[in-house]
Design a protein. Structure first.
Lengths: 95, 462
């Protein structure tokens, strides 16, 4: 695995759509200098879903720490966030 | 490779992880502790501690770090050790049984203490291989079982009494039937029996308990992984109510690929962080007592009213075959039992099927033909005679050596309980209904002495 890939994570946010979700979550990422590589929004089963691929190379925090901070923010916003290393998706969705 | 994933791909994975109980059932660290084999109990104990500690002190943290980094739940951390019967050979050389048992118990207690200290859930390897006959070390180990299982929390024991190569050691089957009764009488509700399996053709790299041990062909240390995931498969099957068999099989296979792939990822990462070899992934889907994490649930989703009704063997055969085909592609090194598991009390809907009367011990024997469990986590009346337990083990061993499979019996006579009563073993072990056992006399048969010679399947190996 190259250095770039080792530092990529997928951040998925789901919940009832309301103002401030994108700002709240991306605000946490910005505060730790985490770069958003790709972002998309969609509605899955009636729930607002935001999927971001983020790069931690520019940041000085580790994934478990970021995960905890994102979960704190998600609780505040009454949404659910899942933060997983990109390998999980690569392993399960690519042959 | 593109890092882009569609919303469907991302949410499919998250659905599995967050809502369908997909997790890693166990990361099992298999350790060679044989440098501790000595005629001096003090050397044995010191070296066991030293060899185990080399790995176990960091094991808990490493597994948790991998779990957090990848966002994947890892339910239990386990160890597999060199079979303890080997340690008892030199230690028992010039001692009588009673004195030798003291050494065995001391070893078990030390390993249990280390496991508790380093937050390991279970330790396998309190094991003996007696499929053609017993040596003194084996006898000491088997005789020590009631005290060992009563005085430890984490120790798991496996006694291999049959193999395709050598036949079925009925003397050992009878001894183990008696030990199962004794263990049940000295542990609360017979719970010690949940850490004891009598098996045939046991694999060397099994991540599951109680069968796990560090095999004779293994290296110094390696990581073996056990996955879960019946919930994922059940969900797939529920969405295919009217599909034909081929479509059903294909869908299970595709989902099984994804589920087992997660085991491959976690195994690689834990092994890398621990600096040990990545051993294997057991591609069996392990159920848990949670709702939506049941093998019986998958069978019922295929269109059967209850597990055990006519059609169940085919349903389980389809599941096992599709899981094997998907898993074989997902995993670089298949290991352990790699079939389907139906530990009764650990599978809420299987327990329900027993309560309803659609499942029975006889049906479990029949299902052994198409899965890799046997009679597992089955609670029976506390007053079941030893010869009946021996008969249940004998039947399962016969299937195992005839079909050249790994199968076992983990049966719990619950003291004071009668057929139809309930027992709660707690946690992952789940609830069980005390099942019906046919008590007609088999003693003249099972009490015959000796070893049943290997069946003709032996000749396939030359």
């Amino acid at each position: 695995m190259n250095d770039e890939e080792e530092n990529l994570a997928v951040v998925t946010v789901f919940g009832v759509d309301k103002p401030g979700i994108v700002a709240g979550i991306t605000g946490v990422l910005a505060s730790y200098n985490v770069n958003i590589v790709d972002i998309s929004e969609t509605v899955v089963r009636g729930l607002f879903t935001m999927i971001m691929i983020v790069d931690l190379r520019t940041s000085n925090v580790q994934l478990p720490f970021l995960k905890e901070k994102l979960e704190e923010k998600a609780r505040e916003l009454s949404v659910t966030v899942s933060t997983n290393h990109i390998s999980v998706f690569k392993y399960m969705q690519r042959v | 490779m593109s890092y882009k994933f569609s919303a469907k791909e991302v949410t499919e994975v998250l659905d599995m992880l967050l809502f369908q109980n997909l997790d890693i059932r166990a990361v099992t660290l298999s350790i060679n502790i044989s440098p501790a084999i000595s005629h001096d109990i003090n050397i044995t104990l010191t070296r066991i501690e030293k060899t185990m500690k080399k790995y176990t002190t960091k094991f808990y943290n490493v597994v948790n770090e991998v779990s957090e980094k990848y966002g994947v739940k890892i339910v239990t951390k386990r160890l597999s050790l060199t079979p303890i019967s080997l340690f008892l050979e030199p230690l028992s050389y010039d001692l009588n049984l009673l004195e030798s048992k003291k050494n065995a118990i001391e070893i078990a207690k030390l390993i249990d203490k280390i496991a508790v200290e380093d937050k390991v859930d279970f330790v396998g390897g309190y094991a003996a291989f007696v499929h053609k006959g017993e040596t003194k070390g084996d006898v000491v180990l088997m005789e020590s079982l009631p005290e060992v299982l009563a005085s430890t929390k984490t120790i798991n024991s496996m006694i291999n009494v049959a193999s395709t190569q050598t036949g079925i050691n009925m003397d050992a089957v009878r001894v183990m039937a008696k030990k199962i009764k004794e263990v049940s009488e000295v542990t609360e509700n017979g719970i010690g029996c949940t850490r004891l399996v009598v098996s045939a053709n046991t694999p060397e790299d099994n991540p599951f308990m109680p069968g796990g041990y560090h095999g004779f062909g293994e290296n110094e240390a390696s990581v073996n992984v056990a996955i879960s995931g019946p919930g994922v498969i059940e969900n797939v099957v529920r969405n295919l109510e009217a599909s034909d068999f081929r479509t059903l099989h294909e869908a299970i296979k595709r989902a099984a690929f994804k589920v087992t792939r997660l085991g491959e990822l976690v195994g690689r990462k834990v092994a890398e962080s621990l600096g040990v070899a990545f051993g294997s992934v057991d591609i069996s889907l392990a159920p848990s007592p949670k709702i939506g994490d049941s093998i019986a649930g998958v069978i019922e989703a295929m269109g059967l009213e209850s597990a055990g009704v006519h059609g169940t063997i085919l349903a389980l055969a389809i599941l096992t075959d599709a899981v094997k085909k998907g898993g074989a592609m997902a995993v670089s090194h298949i290991g352990g039992l790699s079939g389907a598991f139906i530990p009764v009390s650990e599978d809420s809907l299987m327990t329900e099927a027993f309560r309803r009367g659609s499942m029975s011990i006889e049906e479990l024997h029949a299902l052994s033909a198409v899965c890799n469990t046997g009679v597992d986590m089955v609670a029976i009346p506390g007053d079941t005679p030893v010869n009946i337990i021996a008969g249940i083990i004998a039947d399962e061993m016969a299937i195992a050596v005839t079909l050249d499979k790994s199968l076992g019996v983990r049966i719990i006579p619950v003291p004071g309980k009668k057929e139809g009563e309930e027992i709660d073993f707690g946690g992952l072990l789940g609830k069980a209904t005390i099942v019906k056992v046919r008590n007609l006399d088999n003693s003249k048969f099972v009490e015959r002495k000796g070893v049943v010679p290997p069946f003709v399947e032996r000749l396939r190996k030359g």
